[in-house]
Ligand binder design. Sequence first.
Ligand code: GLP
Length: 240
Amino acid sequence: MQIHIYKTPELAAKAAATLIAAAILAKNDAVIGLPTGSSPVAAYRELARMNKEGVIDFSRVTTFNLDEYIGLAGDHPQSYRHFMDENLFDHINIAKENTHVPSGIGDGAANARAYEEAIAAAGGIDLQFMGIGRNGHIGFNEPAAAFSDQTGVITLTPSTIEANARFFASAGEVPRAAISMGVGTIMRARRTLLIATGADKAGAVYGLVRGAITPSLPASALRLHPHCVVLLDEDAASRL
Ligand code: GLP
């Protein structure tokens, strides 16, 4: 695991965008796994800038998002599909049909199976970018008794519902479940990239880097990944 600690969150975001840009420069039809949340937003802005300047071309890139809320259609303002359009896809020259976000509507088990099949059909994920939840979740893989393998439907924990309530009018409106790539799906990506900034991530980052490899801190699985880069700002790294 390569760990880089930056003075500011902006520098960590710039490093993340640089690694994603490098993956696209190395392989113009790269398959990139993407997260939502506040952590990747500045990196997305930087990628859009590089695309506009002509440094990177997304026209042959395929993306797979980590997760989506159950019950929210893609046009719901809090859906992760909507988030991705607003924060990245509408600002780059990607073909919308090459962008994949799991469906939160309909038969969850069938949607999850179809998502795994689509990732396999695309040749697997070259680079999986992600944030980390305050409880150490990746995607929406919450602390559990065992690491999840494939994409599936997950019941959100009260702490995640509370953490994500800031995006909704009230905690009562936060969906209680999500469809998420499994920890196994993430681990099968050829390269992985995690960004964490801010003091509220310091505990999860400590667990990720120094704690036991345990499904009670799902991100800790990344310590077993052969190509994992972790980008931190000083606040997120403050307990290391
Ligand atoms: C959400 C997402 C995760 C994300 C996490 C942290 O629950 N499902 O993929 O990493 O929250 O979010 P933030 O980056 O806003 O702190």
